[in-house]
Write a protein that binds this ligand. Structure first.
Ligand code: HSE
Length: 436
C-alpha cells in the first residue's frame, strides 16, 4: 500500500523532531500502522533557517495554506503554535477533509469545542496527544486506558520549564531569570515564556485533561491560574524544613458541588513520588475509583519526546483511516452528545490547606493577634516555624501551615492579618495538597 502523505506546518523543534523520528523508525512505524508515513510537504516561516532535520525530499513553502490545500496531503500536522493562524489552518484542513494532528495546547484548550464539532461533522480525526505533557501518552491513558473508571481527581506537573526552574532554585539556589534563559535555549520554553512561569501553558493543558477525565466541554476561561514568579528561594527552603516540596501543579477535582480547575504553586509532602519529579520532567497523578492512583511520568518537552507523541497520533490516524467515523474514539473521551454540563467551582469555594509566610514585629502578643484572626475564620494551625529577625526593623519571619480551609475564609483572614500594625509584610500564601 502507498505510504500516507503528511503535510507539516512548522519545522521548528517539534517539527524537526517529528521528521527525524519518522525517518529513524520508519520500518517499525510502518509495521505498526500497516502503511508507511512520509512527510511530503512542509511549511516554515523562514525557508533559509538551518534545520535539525533533512528536508531534501519535501516540497517546501513559506505559505502554510499551500500545504493545507494540497490535494496529495492526507494528514496535516500543525506545529506552528498560537491560536489565530493555527485555528484558520486547522479549520481549513478539516473543511478539506484532511485529518489533523496537533501539539497545540492553546488551540485545543481555547477552540477545541468548535474544532471537534467541525471534525465530527466532516468525519475526520483531530489528534492532540502532544498537546499535554509532551511525550507522556496521558491522553491515551485517560481516554482509553482508564475508560472503565470514574475519575475523581488528577494533579500534574505539566509545565517542564516551571518545574526546571523550581528544581534548580531548590538544588542550586540559582536565580529565576538565569534558569529561564537556559530553558529557552534548550527549546523547552514557550515563545512567550510568561506562558510557562505564569501558569497559562499549564492551564491550557489542565483544561484538556479535565475535559477528557470528566467528560465536560473545554473551559479554559474558568481555570484559576497562578504562576511561580512570586515563589522565593526562602519559601522553597521553609517548605523543605516542614517536609514539603513546592511544585507548580495543575489540579482538576470532581467534587459533589462541581469541578475544581486550578493551577498554582503547591506544597506537597516530599514522600510522594510526584514530589520527586525534577527538572524538565512532567508527571500526572490520576485518582480513579476502580484502579486507584496511577502516575504517568516522562519528558514533557523537547524535540524527540514531543515527536514521540505526534508520531503516535499519526499511527492512530493511519490505522483509523478506513474506519467508520462513528466508531472512532471520541475526541474528548465521551461521546459528543454525552458531555456533562457540570458547574466549575469558583476558586473562593475551593478547600485546601495553606502555607503562610509573613514578617511581623518581634514583641509579645503578635502571634496571638494573628492566631485569633485565623481562629475567628475557623482556621486551625497544623505547624509553625518562627525565624529570628536579622534586624529589629525587619521583624521575625513567621511560617504557618494550616488545616484545610475554604478559600474565601482564608482570603478574609489574610486581609485582616495584613491590616495588623505588627505585620510588616504582605502574607505569602501557597496552597498545600496531601495528594493522598
Ligand atoms: N513550554 C512547555 C513546557 C513545552 O515547558 O512544558 C511543552 O508543552
Amino acid at each position: 500500500m502507498n505510504p500516507v502523505k503528511v503535510g507539516l506546518l512548522g519545522l521548528g523543534t517539534v517539527g524537526g523532531g517529528t521528521v527525524n523520528v519518522l525517518a529513524r523508525n520508519a520500518q517499525e512505524i510502518a509495521r505498526r500502522a500497516g502503511r508507511g508515513i512520509v512527510v511530503t510537504h512542509a511549511s516554515a516561516r523562514d525557508l533559509n533557517k538551518p534545520r535539525i532535520c533533512d528536508t531534501s525530499s519535501m516540497t517546501l513553502t513559506a505559505d502554510p495554506a499551500e500545504v493545507v490545500n494540497d490535494a496529495d496531503v492526507a494528514v496535516v500536522v500543525e506545529l506552528i503554535g498560537g491560536d489565530t493562524l493555527a485555528l484558520e489552518l486547522v479549520m481549513q484542513a478539516i473543511a478539506n477533509g484532511k485529518h489533523v494532528v496537533t501539539a497545540n495546547k492553546a488551540l485545543i484548550a481555547k477552540h477545541g469545542n468548535e474544532i471537534f464539532a467541525a471534525a465530527q461533522k466532516r468525519g475526520v480525526m483531530v489528534a492532540f496527544e502532544a498537546a499535554v505533557a509532551g511525550g507522556i501518552p496521558i491522553i491515551k491513558a485517560i481516554r482509553e486506558g482508564l475508560a472503565g473508571n470514574r475519575i475523581e481527581w488528577l494533579a500534574g506537573i505539566i509545565n517542564g520549564t516551571g518545574n526546571f526552574i523550581l528544581t534548580e532554585m531548590r538544588d542550586k539556589g540559582r536565580d529565576f531569570a538565569d534558569v529561564l534563559k537556559e530553558a529557552q535555549q534548550l527549546g523547552y520554553a514557550e515563545a512567550d515564556p510568561t506562558f510557562d512561569v505564569e501558569g497559562i501553558d499549564a492551564a491550557h493543558k489542565l483544561t484538556i485533561l479535565a475535559a477528557i477525565a470528566f467528560g465536560i466541554p473545554l473551559q479554559f476561561d474558568k481555570v484559576y491560574t497562578e504562576g511561580i514568579s512570586a515563589i522565593s528561594g526562602s519559601d522553597v527552603s521553609y517548605a523543605e524544613q516542614l517536609g514539603y516540596r513546592i511544585k507548580h501543579l495543575g489540579i482538576a477535582r470532581h467534587t459533589e458541588n462541581g469541578v475544581e480547575l486550578r493551577v498554582h504553586p503547591t506544597l506537597i509532602p516530599e514522600r510522594r513520588l510526584i514530589a520527586n519529579v525534577d527538572g524538565v520532567m512532567n508527571a500526572v497523578l490520576v485518582q480513579a475509583d476502580a484502579v486507584g492512583p496511577t502516575l504517568y511520568y516522562g519528558a514533557g518537552a523537547g524535540a524527540d519526546p514531543t515527536a514521540s507523541a505526534v508520531v503516535a497520533d499519526l499511527v492512530d490516524v493511519v490505522r483509523a483511516l478506513t474506519s467508520d467515523p462513528e466508531n472512532r474514539v471520541p475526541h474528548l473521551a465521551f461521546q459528543p452528545d454525552s458531555l456533562a454540563d457540570l458547574p466549575i467551582l469558583p476558586m473562593e469555594q475551593v478547600e485546601t490547606a495553606c502555607y503562610l509566610r509573613m514578617r511581623a514585629a518581634d514583641r509579645p502578643g503578635v502571634l496571638a493577634e494573628v492566631t485569633r484572626i485565623l481562629g475567628d475564620q475557623g482556621i486551625s494551625i497544623e505547624a509553625m516555624l518562627q525565624k529570628e529577625p536579622p534586624t529589629e526593623e525587619e521583624g521575625a519571619t513567621i511560617i504557618m501551615l494550616t488545616q484545610t480551609v475554604v478559600e474565601q475564609n482564608m482570603n478574609q483572614a489574610i486581609e485582616q492579618i495584613q491590616r495588623l500594625d505588627a505585620v510588616l509584610s504582605e502574607v505569602t500564601r501557597i496552597r498545600v495538597e496531601s495528594l493522598g
